[in-house]
Design a protein around this ligand. Structure first.
Ligand SMILES: Nc1nc2c(c(=O)[nH]1)N[C@H]1C(S)=C(S)[C@@H](COP(=O)(O)OP(=O)(O)OC[C@H]3O[C@@H](n4cnc5c(N)ncnc54)[C@H](O)[C@@H]3O)O[C@H]1N2
Ligand code: MOO
Length: 403
């Protein structure tokens, strides 16, 4: 297969990528940013009773005709502890914010407008309108009526609303399940000390962060050695689990230990492309097996992160039903760059604002695709199209912002 232009590879990857339709029930503590599946109908009424909005006295407005009226205090109502009796003429009940308003009372006077000469007497200093400082039952929402519309992205307030409307689990659209497999017999888990000729597996954790930011559910399938049977097994596991995208990292090139393409072909994956005209990331491959998509990222750290930014992120956004943001922005070159060959170059760069407010791209000095320390300082990928002529500071350039 020849090298495919980046735009064409992306277009092929996104062909038929439709939002995942599955629905799942998710607990209140994990709902932030999730998309509601179906209108949410209140199971409860809020408030469930006429409630006091203030600390003061529940009274009958009719009793308070004159400037200072003396009423007999017949009891107390607090949040969670109602007064069960009835307020009759010239009576009042001491009441606190959130408490049910007792029968017979039709207003609350705030305690600042009262005097309490003795425990059984209150003097109300001002008349009050009926309904004053009372939150009527159902003022917020009513059982049986929708409180949140299908498809909304759940905000902090809407999560609290769902809780208050009687839900502990809420139906939301499932996030696309993205299996991440780190291949390589040299890899050891982070936090363990690598032996001779081993290295720590790192790429998958960066890729998982990209997946989650794009609205996907990153599912770690751990490290798989360069072993055909082991790779075949995790692929079958992913199929059985109903994974939406099977992502491998490493083993994408042409060496004898680079097993990903041959093994996945044996597993029935139809490869759509393998090798893209880009640097880093040339050995990128993609394919499908029935409903499951497959994306094979190259193993070099910068290669895996760049290909994940440019290919995996938009794919996950599509599957998550999120609008894909336009990736390429225009800026100003901050340093000279040499002419480019046939592969689009995605140079790790920093972004600076110059005195005229222009967005200036400064390519970092070292561009080797193994350098995570360089990548971690980058704000953007400076895009150098295939066969671009040498560029000078001040010229227009394109870039992809790193989130
Ligand atoms: N003869 C050729 N050799 C190579 C070519 C080529 O066209 N012809 N392409 C090169 C390019 S470009 C790339 S990119 C690499 C990527 O190849 P692989 O996908 O097979 O990557 P690996 O060989 O498995 O690993 C490369 C490098 O990255 C390290 N690695 C792998 N996985 C991880 C991980 N999860 N975390 C951290 N580091 C990882 C691995 O140990 C290697 O050092 O191939 C070139 N070769
Ligand atoms: O495509 Mo490789 O990513 O140049 O190192």
């Amino acid at each position: 297969m020849s090298l495919l232009p980046v735009e064409e590879a992306l277009a092929r990857l996104l062909t038929d990528a439709e939002p995942v339709r599955r629905i799942e029930q998710v607990g209140l503590d994990a709902l932030a940013g999730r998309r509601l599946a179906g209108d949410l109908v209140a199971r409860l009424t809020q408030p469930a009773f006429d409630a006091s909005a203030m600390d003061g006295y529940a009274v009958r407005a009719d009793d308070l005709r004159s400037a200072a009226t003396e009423l007999r205090v017949i009891g107390e109502a607090a949040a969670g502890a109602a007064f069960e009796g009835t307020v009759s003429a010239n009576q009042a009940v001491r009441i606190f914010t959130g408490a049910p308003v007792p029968a017979g009372a039709d207003a609350v006077v705030i305690q600042e407008n009262t005097e309490r000469p003795d425990p059984s007497t209150v003097i109300v200093l001002e008349p009050v309108q009926p309904g004053r400082h009372i939150r009527p039952a159902g003022n917020d929402f009513q059982a049986g009526k929708p409180v949140l519309a299908d498809g909304v992205v759940l905000s902090p307030a809407s999560i609290a609303l769902a809780a208050s409307a009687g839900y502990d689990f809420v139906p939301v659209r499932a996030r696309p399940g993205i299996a991440i497999v780190m291949t390589g017999s040299e890899l050891v888990w982070p936090g363990t000390r690598p032996g001779p000729s081993q290295i720590v597996a790192s790429n998958g954790f960066g890729i998982a962060a990209i997946v989650e930011a794009a609205g996907g559910d990153a599912i770690s399938y751990g490290i798989v050695p360069d072993d055909r049977a082991a790779l075949r097994q995790v692929f079958e596991n992913a199929r059985a689990e109903g994974i939406d995208v099977f992502v491998t990292i490493g083993g994408a090139s042409v060496g004898e230990h680079d097993l990903v393409a041959p093994v996945l072909r044996e597993c029935g994956v139809e490869l759509d492309f393998w090798k893209v005209a880009m640097r880093p990331g040339k050995p990128l491959m993609a394919g499908r097996h029935e409903a499951m998509r497959f994306l094979g990222l190259p193993g070099n750290p910068a290669s895996s992160l760049v290909t994940a930014e440019l290919f995996l992120r938009p794919l996950v956004e599509r599957l998550a039903g999120r609008p894909s943001r336009p990736r390429y922005e225009t800026g100003t070159l901050g340093a000279a760059v040499s002419e480019n060959d046939h592969r689009a170059d995605f140079m790790r760069a920093t972004i600076q604002q110059d005195d005229d407010g222009r967005t200036v791209l400064m390519p970092l000095a070292r561009q080797d695709s193994s350098l995570l320390s360089v990548f971690a300082t980058a704000d953007a990928l400076l895009v150098r199209p295939p066969h671009a002529a040498a560029g000078q500071p001040g010229e227009t350039c394109e870039f992809v912002r790193l989130a």
